[in-house]
Design a protein around this ligand. Structure first.
Ligand SMILES: [Fe+2]
Ligand SMILES: [Fe+2]
Length: 190
């Protein structure tokens, strides 16, 4: 497993900015901690955290091309903000360039950006680790970090609320997966 991590790290170093690589290591470490707390597989959490942003530094035209070449159906929101495609394209890149075949790891990469209605425990862990890894410093991050110990569902709900509040304040488009993901979580919680 360690050899595999070294190979992955070498490649990530070539493809991600130093800042993004540090972020990815932070997400990996945080995902492992959350996995230990909530009973998910530690190796999968580490790997998914490490690779979640493997397509994040691809230019927009390459994200769009790769999505189209792999029959990913593009929504209007994604055409307008191709950055959103780094999650589904990340699955393709993780499979093709990093040899990842584990469906649970690939699923965590797939849903880490927008969230979605059918997320597993590992998906939630990587999604939330992406918000609270040690490098994050947005207003409110400390209260989100504190929620990590009070139940993952509460924590993920707060992360959805934070994202939606931010997007509305910016008058930005909102991906329907985010709304459906939050609805599904609320329905499960009540
Ligand atoms: Fe990301
Ligand atoms: Fe990230």
């Amino acid at each position: 497993m360690k050899n595999m991590d070294n190979r992955i790290l070498t490649k990530l170093k070539q493809r991600l900015s130093p800042k993004r690589l540090t972020h990815s290591l932070g997400v990996s470490e945080t995902a492992v901690r959350l996995a230990a707390r909530y009973g998910a597989n530690l190796d999968k959490a580490r790997l998914a955290g490490l690779l979640h942003d493997c397509a994040r530094d691809m230019p927009n035209n390459l994200l769009l091309q790769t999505a189209e070449a792999n029959a990913i159906v593009l929504r209007d929101v994604e055409r307008r903000a191709p950055m959103l495609l780094h999650a589904p394209v990340g699955v393709i890149v993780a499979r093709q360039d990093y040899g990842i075949t584990d469906p649970e790891v690939l699923s965590a990469i797939r849903w880490h950006t927008t969230g979605g209605p059918d997320m597993s425990l590992l998906d939630y862990i990587v999604f939330f680790a992406d918000y609270i890894e040690p490098g994050r410093s947005f207003p409110g991050v400390e209260s989100l970090r504190a929620l990590a110990d009070r139940g993952l569902e509460e924590a993920v709900l707060a992360a959805y609320d934070q994202t939606l509040g931010h997007l509305m304040a910016e008058r930005a488009l909102i991906h329907s997966d985010t709304i459906e993901g939050r609805n599904a979580l609320l329905l499960k919680m009540k």
